[in-house]
Design a protein around this ligand. Sequence first.
Ligand code: UD1
Ligand code: UDP
Length: 368
Amino acid sequence: MKKILLVFGTRPEAIKMCPLVNELKSRHGIETLVCVTGQHREMLRQVLDAFGVEPDYDLEVMTPGQTLFDLTGRVLEGMKKVLEEVRPDVVLVHGDTTTTFASALAAFYLGISVGHVEAGLRTYNVRSPYPEEFNRQAVGSIADYNFAPTALARDNLLREGKPPQSIYVTGNTAIDALGTTVINDFEHPELAWAQGSRLVILTAHRRENWGQPLHNIFRAVRRVVEEFPDVKVLYPIHLNPLVRQAAQEELSGCDRVRIIPPLDVIAFHNFLARSYMILTDSGGIQEEAPSLGKPVLVLRDVTERPEGVKAGTLRVIGTREDVIYREFKTLLTDETLYNNMSRAQNPYGDGLASHRIADILTKGRTTV
Ligand code: UD1
Ligand code: UDP
């Protein structure tokens, strides 16, 4: 029987891999196993619980304030042991994290096939997103199966010389997840707090934004909120202490900005669906917002997800305080711009990505 091992470790990978885990487990004739590295601990557990996935292996690598060296070394070592024990036919990894890179490398060293879910996204700038662009390209050079979410991602891989027969356009499993989480009658105390105001969701955590860029973001947000009494901001903050400290320094005492613990994915998607707009440096949220019709100001210099920019939902505005201040204000006051950016479109998939990937792995082709 064919054995498939899915490996993931952070919140966003889990959100996009759990629908695939559940799809593969529903198929006959294959054995599906899950290994989490535990690169994230609490934030990963929130997702596993939401999707009812219980891992077969947990490397528990997370330490507070971990470095890329700690992580890469521990995941590589830990995966060696799991792969030697399980000996899967295929290892599936997702996206661009250190878990992704080090797990794919471990499989490669042991001569095990690698399937890359969410393959082919590129900025072609290895310093942004950092180190994710490198991770994604490195896994791309190892992978035997490339599950590209969009035609644009496929074209990147083809241009790089990947064999066409290794590339499948499947849609993004993020959209599969979104199809199961947004509900009509969702309620939450924080949403009650924001009722009657324009609710802005803020998230920021990226490594390349640590330090001054984070301070710029928070200062700009504070200035705008102080000028607009009808705007409230909810910031479900990443558990990284560096990010939390910067946010505390810049945002404390501003009573229309609330910093709250990370939301579980069901709550978070429902918050997005009820928001007026989003400010974020996240990757995954850039995929989710277009299908919810929510304008996003992307707090980065470049994006590997240009489909949402082309669709009109995303604007990449960088991390300068004056630019964020200006663009945030413009979106709050320019109704035409707001309406144009709010049209629900979905360049990232139709909710059947997991089905297609499972088909390809089990039948060699997809039926949808
Ligand atoms: C990682 C990924 C990034 C992804 C992000 C998603 C890498 C290099 N980075 O970055 O691509 O966008 O996850 O969120 O792989 N922490 C906790 N509990 C948790 C999670 C994190 O306490 O559940 C704290 C720990 O102190 C940890 C720190 O956050 O050391 C940083 O976590 P880490 O995974 O190294 O980096 P992220 O910025 O989360
Ligand atoms: N998310 C969540 N709870 C939160 C914030 C984000 O469940 O409090 C989800 C969000 O919907 C998206 C994913 O986490 O699917 C994005 O994760 P993150 O921003 O940490 O990582 P990135 O996508 O930037 O790699």
